[in-house]
Design a binder for this molecule. Structure first.
Ligand SMILES: Cc1ncc(COP(=O)(O)O)c(C=O)c1O
Length: 445
């Protein structure tokens, strides 16, 4: 315990010292705690009673809004009936139902779902599936994995190896061998203030041909990209880029993995990035919106070809030596089934698409405000990039975050970019509140 920690800020506040917080400046937080004690719909409430408009859906996850009554009810009901069932060799009905529900909304040909507990686990699982798939088919030399600069694929060793954000990698040694990276597609000079997908940059997919030529296709297992990169600051794929990646992968027998952890479940104004952009990968990783953030859960969805490839060998033998104690946990599966009911029953994916223009108009109205150098939007995902303070990267965006929070709006920052990903139930007036709070903060800098 350190002396400078605020131990007991007021009588309702627990001692803050022992909890080591993830991706957080622990010492700063413990001196300046911002605690959320409850949430409902579009709003969170701080421990000291402040009402906060949640413009990021938690961490891009509460797509149906917080504490949706149908999801809450489903979790309660499931908890009373079945808390846990052994995940290996036994099953329970809800998780099979969920797999069927997911295949209904997935792109055609993506027919199978494997469950995990987070986006990071989904990524590591998908990478292992890709490696094993080639090995089963007698192409065991295909061991290389190709990610992309600025990619974020969670924090497992697989995810940070194919990921392309240096702070997430540099402290952690050599990582997986045989990984290479495509160039990222972010270019403010060429693409600033593009409405929709940027026109410049599809040719960057052709870099995959150079990587293939360098290593030889027979050594490459898979390429993994986010359809829209979220954590690096909302980078939209250039028009035609994903299709080109698909074509090059097909040409060389390489699997294409879409990391849909952020893009899935309506964020892009469609079920998935794959469906929005009309490009079908071989594997898709999911999490976050899968349960609308209510219970941790992730998934890997796979093509029939991949599943069938594994379903060989002696009857009764395990086909894939992989899984987690909590794979397909009953509470998570119940929450996810209820989330699907809400998404489809309330038409939330279409709603996100219908709100897309209003959302973009509102964010684009920040063009010309102090320090703004770009605005990017698609569906209900948006970004406002700021010119960083000389010698103090991220500081300007963090000031905006703090100012907005104090004025009742939660936004997110990644580097010097402000990111927005509200629940899909956001209203016109809430979009206005979100943007005006940012405008006020920018003018006050
Ligand atoms: C694209 C992507 N992949 C993977 C992850 C990791 O998910 P988790 O934090 O659930 O492990 C994230 C998290 O933000 C993500 O954005």
């Amino acid at each position: 315990m350190t002396d400078n920690t605020v131990r007991q800020l007021n009588k309702d506040m627990p001692d803050l010292e022992s909890y080591w917080m993830p991706f957080t400046g622990n010492r700063y937080f413990k001196q300046n705690p911002r605690m959320i004690s409850r949430a409902k719909g579009m709003y969170c409430y701080s421990s000291d009673g402040q009402k906060l408009l949640d413009a990021v859906a938690g961490l891009w996850c509460c797509n149906a809004g917080h504490c949706h009554p149908k999801i809450v009810e489903a979790i309660k009901e499931q908890a009373e009936v079945l808390d846990y069932a052994m995940a290996f060799q036994l099953g329970h009905p809800t998780v099979f139902e969920l797999a069927n529900r997911l295949t209904d909304i997935a792109p055609e040909g993506i027919d199978y779902a494997f469950f995990v507990n987070s986006g990071s686990e989904a990524v590591d699982t998908a990478l292992k599936m890709a490696l094993a798939y080639h090995r089963i088919r007698g192409e065991g030399a295909r061991t290389r994995l190709i990610g992309r600069e600025k990619g974020y694929h969670g924090v497992g060793f697989g995810g940070i190896s194919v990921g392309g954000l240096s702070p997430n990698r540099k402290m952690f040694g050599a990582m997986l061998p045989g990984v290479d990276h495509l160039p990222h597609t972010h270019n403010v000079e060429k693409n600033a203030y593009s409405r929709g997908l940027p026109a410049w940059g599809a040719h960057l997919a052709d870099e995959l041909e150079n990587i293939v030529a360098l290593h030889d296709p027979s050594t490459i297992a898979a390429v993994i990209v986010e359809p829209v990169a979220g954590s690096a600051g909302v980078i939209l794929p250039p028009e035609g880029y994903l299709k080109r990646l698909r074509d090059i992968c097909d040409k060389h027998g390489i699997l294409l993995i879409f990391d849909e952890v952020i893009c899935g479940f309506g964020r892009t104004g469609d079920s998935f990035g794959a469906t929005r952009f009309g490009v079908t990968p071989d594997l898709m990783t999911l999490a976050k919106g899968l349960t609308s953030g209510a219970v941790p859960m992730g998934a890997v969805m796979a093509s029939k070809d991949i599943y069938d490839t594994f379903m060989t060998g002696p009857e009764g033998a395990i086909e894939f030596f992989h899984g987690y104690t909590y794979s397909g946990h009953p509470l998570a599966a119940a929450a996810a089934c209820a989330a699907m009911d809400v998404y489809l029953g309330e038409g939330l994916f279409d709603r996100a698409r219908d709100m897309e223009d209003k959302f973009a108009d509102a964010l684009f109205s920040l063009r010309g405000e102090p320090h703004v150098i770009d605005v990017r939007c698609l569906g209900l995902i948006g970004a406002v990039e700021l010119e960083g303070l000389e010698g103090q990267p991220t500081a300007r965006a963090m000031s905006v975050f703090r100012e907005c929070f104090d004025n009742g709006v939660i936004i997110r920052t990644t580097g010097d970019t402000l990111a927005f990903s509200p629940p899909l139930v956001i209203s016109d007036s809430e979009i206005e509140t979100m943007v005006e709070s940012v405008r006020t903060a920018l003018r006050a800098l």
